[in-house]
Design a binder for this molecule. Structure first.
Ligand code: GLV
Ligand code: GLV
Length: 327
């Protein structure tokens, strides 16, 4: 019998198609990740795995997974998966791009705006009965409109953030591995070197994937290159940031604040020094978290497994070079 292991409790209806082609086992917890030893054990016999970003699909797991044909991650990011080793073993790896682009761009912009306009501080101010009077400079934040937005990582989500920024009359700069001519032509975005992105932007927004090249790229020197009035926003992966350096930059007032949806270690401890700064807005990795989008993501991941098990090429394959039509 063909077996699929789903590493987290997901809505029943999103697995309907999958259940017609395989025996599906679902890890019953919604918030607790499957323990490593259980995942390793299930991987040994599974034909397919539907995984979350908190599951490490590494060499140890893959080398013991002798029946595995497909790993479908319920995320656009796939830094939790050793794609090279999977490819070497002929295992198809899929992610969930496109379906989450606008939802994640919305959240990125919310985070930027909430940080600049001190929204959480202001809401707490009311709730904690501190609001006694209107005052000229009470909770005055920074403007967003007509400011310069610097996007690091101009992929689909970066482009959707740039589109939102154009509605706020922002100047858009970007840095990326490759130029995006379309975004330059349609939104007038300007490609700049990384150093220039840092020094010219009022908002530096990190949307690049975590890779060997981007790990720790936002370190002490990067924050020192930013304007003292600038904000750092991260909605991709915490690993791009040296958090200790970010914390020091905030302490030394080298930057004006930070909006963070992602962290080096998730969940971040509520004792973490970053969270002591009133000008830090911290969210629990909810970039793609709308009900509609999360359902789309799990359905796409599930369909990708169905496709591979049926011998069809899945819609969003990360290692298409291993796909053979005769398989
Ligand atoms: C979430 O972070 C994702 O990569 O989809
Ligand atoms: C990932 O960041 C993407 O471009 O969708």
């Amino acid at each position: 019998m063909t077996k699929v292991f789903v590493t987290r409790c997901v809505p029943e209806e999103s697995l309907r198609a999958l259940k017609t082609v395989a025996e599906v086992e679902v890890w019953p917890e919604e918030e607790m990740p499957v323990p490593r030893e259980v995942l390793l054990e299930r991987a040994k016999t599974a034909d397919g795995l539907l995984t979350m970003i908190s599951d490490q699909v590494d060499e140890e797991l893959l080398s013991a997974a002798n029946h595995l044909k497909v790993v479908a991650n319920m995320a656009v990011g796939f830094d939790n998966i050793d794609v090279e080793t999977a490819s070497a073993k002929g295992i198809v790896v899929c992610n969930t791009p496109d379906v989450l682009t606008d939802t994640t761009a919305d959240l990125t912009f919310i985070l930027l705006m909430a940080t600049a306009r001190r929204i959480l501080e202001a809401a707490d101010f009311v709730k904690h009965d501190k609001w006694k009077n209107w005052a000229p400079m009470l909770l005055a934040g920074s403007d967003i409109h007509h400011k310069t937005l610097g996007i690091f990582g101009m992929g689909r989500i970066g482009a959707a953030v740039a589109k939102r920024a154009s509605g706020f009359d922002m100047k858009v700069l970007y840095h990326n591995r490759s130029r995006n001519q379309n975004i330059e032509d349609t939104l007038g975005a300007e490609y700049v070197p990384f150093e220039e992105l840092l020094s010219r932007s009022d908002f530096v927004v990190c949307l690049a994937p975590l890779t060997k090249e981007t790990k720790g790229i936002f370190h002490e020197g990067a924050f020192q290159s930013m304007k003292r009035s600038a904000f750092f926003i991260n909605a991709s992966r915490g690993g791009l940031v040296v958090e200790e350096d970010l914390e020091r930059a905030l302490l030394n007032k080298e930057i004006a604040g930070a909006g963070l949806d992602v962290f080096e270690e998730e969940p971040i401890s509520n004792k973490h020094p970053l969270l002591t700064h009133p000008n830090v807005v911290a969210l629990p990795h909810i970039g793609s978290a709308s009900v509609e989008t999360r359902l789309h993501m799990v359905s796409l991941a599930s369909q990708n497994i169905v496709d591979v098990l049926n011998g069809d090429k899945p819609k969003t394959i990360l290692n298409p070079e291993i796909w053979r039509t005769e398989s």
